[in-house]
Design a protein around this ligand. Sequence first.
Ligand code: FAD
Length: 325
Amino acid sequence: MGLFGRTIVTFLPLAPRFIVGWVAKRYTAGENLGQALELMRTLSSEGACFTIDVLGEEIKSIDESSWFINEYESVIDSIVDSGIDANISIKPTALGLLIDEKSALSNIERIVRKAAKDDIFVRLDMEDNRVTQATIDAALTIQHQGLENIGVVLQGRMFRTPDDISKMSKLLGAKSDFRICKGIYLEPPEISYTSYLDIVDSTNRAIDLMLDSGSYTAIASHDIPVIEHALKSLESRGLGPGKEDSRHNPPVPMRKGKGPGYEFQFLLGVRGNIRRDLSNKGHRTRIYLPYGEKWYEYGMRRLRENPGVAVHVTKSLFMPWTNRR
Ligand code: FAD
């Protein structure tokens, strides 16, 4: 499987751009905000809400961050104008985190402050281990300035994740808000689990720790053992569709656009059948919806970082019953 993925990644850059574009169409909402809004209107009928990601990351000079700030400001305006049930996800390196932490922090804060006016939540995506601590620090600093509409992503594969959950939830209490995923970056064995079973186990443990810490928990996985574990964990803690989140005393009022203490999240184009099933059962389900002109560079980079994604994509094309859109 590793070899198959690596072979695809080696030969894919030789494929004509239109073929890559045809594949990418399933996973991105188009090149501009107008196309993203149109797709969200269609997918809203499936009971989903959204988190919008402007494609792009790791800028080379801090000046490039202005483009992302402007684009995200337009996204926030469009969410308000259209009434679509959506929040935003941002990649801190696109706002300069690897160039100048102070400037990146003020860039992120500018977006969070604008979003806060309409109670729109901002999720800081988690990138590779070079920025794990800086991303967490940015979220904590902004929270301490009184902006509560921000949360981070933690990656189940990382050894540090249980510690991060414990520290952040102690500092933020009921305001702590996590997305938990396995983690797409293949991190070294000194700092992360590397086998499938270990990653599933550590992700499941992280879900339980988040739920037990009273944090809002966004479960972002398409993997059945993770989703089934999450469903059992929710049920055993009295959480579920239509139930009040009873983990706090007094109960925490539900934020705009949030579920009762948890939600499930899916990437656009991946395992829509499972997402629709969860939604039909009353769970809040959110689609991660990337759009932008940089779909080619973004897709290629993701594939190079984790050739396993190439296997998933190929399987979706040739065995569509394993992965409904
Ligand atoms: P897997 O075992 O990898 O996948 C289970 C099944 O889902 C596969 O067999 C396949 O059928 C399908 N599948 C999964 N991924 C794909 C794909 N790309 N294309 C086609 N089929 C696929 N990672 C980070 O490091 N940082 C983040 O901020 C981050 N945010 C995320 C946000 C959301 C909403 C989601 C869903 C994932 C996010 N990820 C992020 C990626 C995540 O870490 C995993 O790499 C990815 O979700 C695959 O893991 P899985 O749990 O779905 O399990």
